[in-house]
Design a protein around this ligand. Structure first.
Ligand code: ATP
Length: 255
């Protein structure tokens, strides 16, 4: 689905990612984990094609990202950014409908399928009742759910999400994560997401990529990578895990 070859990402004189050789296959759900500033969002933007690599390349379906026409790329991947600003008075439904533009070719107007898909996406995020509201009046969590609805409405095989659980209450964190896991399992969608909640990440991921922030990285199957001793090293804090009700719960040990 998406892969990198000897990918290098640098900011100023700092190397964030060095020689990343990484393969994400259809139906997999990857969590990218690392400390603040480790380069997770920078990597995500490179995967989305919004940032040029400083070396190496990103490939989608075996073809270098830079060789993809933008409209075709927009139908292959959707990207949820970490933050957004709403400059205009769009309604919620207009915001989600605008996410359907890659399917319109030269036609400006959306059709009834678009409306159905938009309404279904809003319902999946439990924000259908907000459809007529100005997005600028929404709470942080409501706005995040509308943004995820817009991502779902793009109906792409690859979903790239930068901290999807941001601003969500506990119940919505769990339901959004459950939905992403089901999309991978049942519809063979591919998810790459960033998150700081290790227990949530472990609950839905099949794989994990750790970034150290100095170029080093570690990629592999979830249970090979998400071990307390490894996470403690990479996150610079002692972490323990317990099994509870069949789930692994991670918690930081007191300093
Ligand atoms: N335009 C910029 N100018 C200078 N430094 C930048 C710029 N963009 C990013 N950085 C720095 O690059 C590093 C990586 O940023 P990035 O947003 O990728 O981190 P992150 O792992 O996503 O962090 P977080 O967990 O805090 O979201 C940070 O130290 C950040 O301050």
């Amino acid at each position: 689905m998406i892969s990198t070859e000897r990918l290098q990402l640098r900011i100023g004189t700092r190397t964030l990612v060095q020689d990343l050789d990484w393969q994400v296959r259809e139906g997999e759900c990857w969590s990218i984990i690392g400390r603040n500033g480790a380069g997770k969002s920078t990597l995500m933007r490179a995967l989305a094609g919004l940032r040029e690599p400083d070396g190496g390349r990103v490939l989608m379906d075996g073809r270098a990202l830079r060789d993809w026409p933008l409209d075709a790329l927009a139908r292959r991947r959707a990207f949820l950014a970490q933050s957004r600003s709403d400059a205009f008075a769009y309604t919620v439904i207009e915001t989600v409908l605008s996410a359907r533009h890659p399917y319109h070719g030269n036609n400006y107007w959306e059709n009834s399928d678009d409306h159905q898909i938009a309404l279904r996406s809003l319902a999946a995020m439990e924000v259908a009742d907000l459809a007529a509201r100005d997005v600028r009046t929404l709470s942080g969590g409501e706005r995040q759910r509308v943004a995820i609805a817009a991502l779902l409405a793009q109906d792409t095989p690859l979903l790239l999400l930068d901290e999807p659980a941001n601003a969500l209450d506990l119940a919505h964190q769990v339901s959004v994560m459950g939905l992403l896991a089901r999309l991978c399992r049942e519809q063979r969608k591919t998810v790459v997401m960033i998150g700081h909640d290790l227990s949530l990440a472990h609950g839905i991921s099949t794989h994990a990529l750790l970034l150290m922030g100095d170029g080093r990285w570690l990629a592999g199957a979830r249970d090979e990578v998400m071990q307390p001793s490894i996470l403690s090293d990479w996150l610079h804090h002692p972490i323990e895990a317990i099994l509870h009700g069949g789930r692994t719960i991670f918690f930081p040990r007191d300093a």
